[in-house]
Design a protein around this ligand. Structure first.
Ligand code: OGA
Ligand code: NI
Length: 332
C-alpha cells in the first residue's frame, strides 16, 4: 500500500487511550437469561460480544483466508474491482465526502449477484468459490443477527417476536457486507501519532455484526465520552446497535460511536455484516415501546435516511437532522 501523504488521515491525539478495556458485555446466546442481558447491553452500551453464536468456524476461517488472498494482490489488480460504490474495492477513501483512512476494503450488497462481476478477472476460475464462501458466511451471520433481534424483542416483551428481524429477513432488505483491511502502519513514519483507520461514526442500519482477526484497533465511545480500546477476540462476534434500531426503540437502545485506529505492527482484517431494512420501510419508534411518550424523531424511510446520511461526513451526527426539537426543561 502506498504511504499516505495526506495529513487529513493523521490525528495528533495524545489523549487516545490505548489501554484495553475489559468491560465489554459478553453474552452467551445459548443461555436462557441472554434475552434480558442483550436488552441491558443495548441500553447501556449499544455494543457487546456474543459466544455460542452458531456460525461454523470453517466459514470464518475460509473467508478470512480469502480476504488475505485478495488484499495481498498488487494494487493494480485490486483496483480492477473498483470503485466501491455500490459494491467493489475501495482504498483509503470512505464514502464521497472527503473521509479517508488507513484502510482498503471490499463492499458487497447482500441481495444481488451483480456484486461478483467486478471480481471475475481477479479470481478467474475460483470466482465461484469466492461467491460461495461469501454467501455461506453472510447467510450464517444474518441468521445469528436475526436470532439476536428476536431475543431483543422477547427481552423487551414486545410482539410479534420477529418485529425487528423481519426487516432484515425481508427479500428486499438493504443489507451490506464489508471486508476491511487495515495494513500495519510504518512506525518510523507515524511514531508518536495516531493514525485513523476508519474515522468515528455510528452505523446507520439496524444491527452490525463484526468479526476481526486477532489485531486491536477498534475503539468505542462510552456514555462518559471516553474512547475505549476493545480487546480483539477472534472467537466472538461484536454486535453494534445501528441508528435505525435506536430510532425504533425511541432512543432506548444506543447506536454506539466507534472508530478504528491503525496498528503499527499488525494487519487488521475485519468482516462486518450490516443488517438493514428494505428501502421503502418507515423507520419509526414501535408504538408498543412508547408508553405514552412522544417520538424523539421525525418520520423517515430507510431510503431517506440513507440518502441524507451518505451526504454527510462520517463523524457528523447523521441522525441529528431527524431528531425532533425537545421542549426546554422547566425547573420546578
Ligand atoms: C465499519 C466499522 C470496524 C472495523 O465498517 O463500519 O466500523 O473493525 N468497521 O473494521
Ligand atoms: Ni462501523
Amino acid at each position: 500500500m502506498v504511504v499516505l501523504s495526506k495529513p487529513a488521515v493523521i490525528e495528533h491525539l495524545s489523549l487516545v487511550n490505548n489501554t484495553l478495556f475489559h468491560g465489554v458485555p459478553l453474552i452467551d446466546l445459548s443461555e436462557p437469561d441472554s434475552n434480558s442481558l442483550l436488552v441491558k447491553a443495548c441500553r447501556e452500551f449499544g455494543f457487546f460480544k456474543v459466544i455460542n453464536h452458531g456460525v461454523p468456524t470453517e466459514f470464518i476461517t475460509k473467508l478470512e483466508s480469502l480476504a488475505i488472498q485478495f488484499f495481498s494482490l498488487p494494487l493494480s489488480e485490486k483496483e480492477k474491482a473498483g470503485p466501491p460504490d455500490p459494491c467493489g474495492y475501495g482504498n483509503k477513501k470512505i464514502g464521497s465526502n472527503g473521509d479517508v483512512g488507513w484502510i482498503e476494503y471490499i463492499l458487497l450488497t447482500t441481495n444481488t449477484d451483480s456484486n461478483y462481476q467486478k471480481f471475475t478477472s481477479i479470481f478467474g476460475e475460483s470466482q465461484e468459490t469466492f461467491r460461495c464462501i461469501v454467501n455461506g458466511y453472510v447467510s450464517s451471520v444474518k441468521k445469528m443477527a436475526c436470532k439476536i433481534l428476536e431475543k431483543l424483542a422477547e427481552g423487551l416483551k414486545i410482539e410479534p417476536k420477529n418485529i425487528f428481524s423481519k426487516l432484515v429477513m425481508d427479500e428486499e432488505s438493504d443489507s451490506i457486507f464489508r471486508l476491511n483491511h487495515y495494513p500495519p502502519c510504518p512506525d518510523d513514519q507515524f511514531k508518536g501519532r495516531n493514525l485513523i483507520g476508519f474515522g468515528e461514526h455510528t452505523d446507520p442500519q439496524i444491527i452490525s455484526v463484526l468479526r476481526s482477526n486477532n489485531t486491536s484497533g477498534l475503539q468505542v465511545l462510552l456514555k462518559d465520552d471516553n474512547w475505549i480500546s476493545v480487546p480483539p477476540d477472534q472467537n466472538s462476534f461484536f454486535i453494534n446497535v445501528g441508528d435505525s434500531l435506536q430510532v425504533m426503540t425511541n432512543g432506548m437502545f444506543k447506536s454506539v460511536r466507534h472508530r478504528v485506529m491503525a496498528n503499527t505492527s499488525k494487519s487488521r482484517i475485519s468482516m462486518i455484516y450490516f443488517g438493514g431494512p428494505p428501502l421503502c420501510e418507515k423507520i419509526v419508534p414501535l408504538p408498543s415501546l412508547m408508553k405514552g411518550e412522544d417520538s424523539l424523531y421525525k418520520e423517515f424511510t430507510w431510503f431517506e435516511y440513507k440518502k441524507s446520511a451518505y451526504k454527510l461526513r462520517l463523524a457528523e451526527n447523521r441522525l441529528g437532522r431527524f431528531e425532533k426539537l425537545q421542549p426546554p426543561c422547566v425547573n420546578k
